[in-house]
Ligand binder design. Structure first.
Ligand code: ZN
Ligand code: MN
Length: 504
């Protein structure tokens, strides 16, 4: 048998089979302390400095539940339209792995804190429209993260071929929320896009609650995607595979597509899909076999005897419900309407992660078109270059409002605005202060402008000839020369007027 998985072309695969999807998403909460102890959760500390007897699983140590983690979990559950259990329990999930010193993970099993919810996902279609797909949520439960193993000495950083492994327990005990969907049926050829849209919109929803950074690339949001195939026209569920820890939205889409193509080939050649975990390979865009999947019974779950049940009061739940922010999909629809944007233009704002900053800039009195122009243009470019989120480029919505005001007042032009952005981003102060300190104002005094124009006209007699014949097309050459001579500080509009004047 060949090592390379056979595949059936995607369109053929989804004609012969109906894909069934399922998702397990882990979200690391951004609480100050861990799930069951007071250790800090800050990322990037010296290895094994944020540990105590509880998160190291030392005998005799006793866990205590983090109230903030419960609150964050209930918020997520409510935002996902879940019911909140009057009483829920923690359970021990037993298995051995070196990054888990207790040899069990404290999780929740048959009594999760939130259950029976849904998320209505807007799936973008190729023709620019959207289709709404309801993804039903089975449960949202609390658990603790494990430590982090690093495999050293090998070429790939994987355990195979490594000389030794080292473990950092700082992450052990960090609060994790697991969000499990029910089976998502009837997605057909849209299955990969539904997967991507679900994880993206779940991220937006959790981010809006401000309970996690939900950064896929940093592992604070991790997605496992389950895929199985059902012969078209039947209701026989196939065997599912679980592709673990897919770490970007695009990869979720690609992993589902790849699994559908692979499973279809297995089934069409008369084979059986193996129930297993799989790993998504960024380089090839396909999944490879991991381990055969353990059934829940193998974990020997039993109630955690060291923790009392979680019993949130109805008043507290209602208080949290009342404090929930507007749902992301509703907010997008409301802003799109208010700004009068097409689906495409609105999607560009959402895709750039610029919704918050554009909204705040508009709230600061800037026209939506100008706000979008700066955030989706110059500032998005900088964020991209620096590999950071758009709200981390060192320029705030208030700064953009200040820059746009300076442009509207004719004090700077777009080119100077980019220099102002440089100054603001490097901490030189507000836009007005940067203009002042760097001496950036537009030259609107006609004297130096006329001087520069006359020089440019003298230097370009062929252009002057065309302009005099009424062909205004090459006027840009003169304006360009004037801009160069004034080091970009000329007011282009005024320069144009003066050029026409000087030509008589
Ligand atoms: Zn601890
Ligand atoms: Mn889990």
């Amino acid at each position: 048998m060949s090592n390379v998985d056979q595949k059936v072309p995607f369109t053929e695969a989804v004609e012969a089979f109906d894909p069934l999807l399922g998702f397990e998403v882990h979200v690391e909460l951004s609480t100050k302390s861990k799930m069951f102890c007071a250790c800090p959760t800050e990322f990037g500390a010296e290895p094994n400095t944020q540990v105590c007897p509880v998160c190291l699983g030392l005998p005799g140590s006793m866990p205590v539940v983090n109230q903030d983690a419960i609150e964050s979990t209930i918020k997520i559950g409510l935002a996902l339209n879940c019911k909140i259990a009057e009483s829920s329990r923690f359970a021990r999930k037993n298995y051995f792995y070196p990054d888990m010193p207790k040899d069990y993970q404290i999780s929740q099993y048959d009594e999760p804190i939130c259950y029976d919810g849904y998320l209505d996902v807007e799936v973008p279609l190729e023709d620019g429209t959207k289709k709404s797909v309801r993804v039903e949520i089975e449960r949202v439960h609390m658990e603790e993260d494990t430590g982090k193993l690093t495999h050293a000495g090998g070429a790939t950083g994987r355990i195979q071929g490594a000389d030794y492994s080292i473990v950092d327990y700082n992450r052990a005990g960090v609060p994790l929320i697991e969000i499990v969907t029910k089976v998502v049926p009837d997605t057909g050829a849209l299955a990969p896009e539904v997967g991507r849209a679900y994880v993206t919109q779940l991220r937006d929803l959790v981010r809006g609650l401000k309970v996690s950074d939900v950064r896929m690339e940093q592992g604070s949001l991790r997605c496992d995607a389950n895929v199985s195939l059902m012969p078209a026209g039947t209701s026989e569920w196939g065997t599912r595979t679980e592709t673990k820890n897919v770490n970007s939205f695009k990869s979720v889409e690609q992993a589902i597509r790849s699994e559908i193509e692979r499973q279809a080939a297995v089934l069409q050649s008369g084979g059986k899909v193996v129930q297993e975990t799989r790993h998504y390979q960024e380089t090839s865009g396909t999944t490879t076999s991991g381990r055969e999947k353990t059934d829940a019974e193998d974990y020997r779950y039993f109630p955690e005897p060291d923790l009392v049940p979680v019993e949130p009061s109805a008043e507290w739940i209602e208080e949290l419900r009342a404090g929930l922010p507007e749902a992301p999909a509703k907010r997008v629809a409301r802003l799109q309407e208010a700004w009068g944007l097409s689906d495409f233009d609105m999607q560009s704002v959402v895709n750039a992660g610029a919704l918050d900053v554009v909204e705040e800039t508009v709230a600061a009195g800037v026209d939506q078109a100008a706000a979008r122009k700066w955030w989706l243009g110059e500032l998005a470019r900088r964020a991209n270059e620096q590999g950071v989120e758009i709200d981390q480029v060192g320029v705030t919505p208030a700064d953009v409002a200040g820059i746009v005001a300076l442009i509207d007042e004719g004090k700077i032009n777009d080119k100077l605005a980019r220099e102002v952005i440089d100054g603001v981003a490097s901490g030189e102060g507000t836009p007005a202060e940067v203009v002042e300190a760097r001496g950036l104002g537009v030259v609107s005094d006609d004297g130096p402008l006329i001087e520069a124009i006359d020089q440019a006209l003298a230097d370009n007699p062929d252009v002057v000839e065309k302009l005099r014949e009424g062909n205004m097309q090459p006027v840009g050459v003169i304006i360009g020369a004037v801009m160069k001579a004034t080091r970009g500080q000329a007011d282009a509009g005024r320069a144009r007027e003066l050029i026409i004047e000087r030509l008589g």
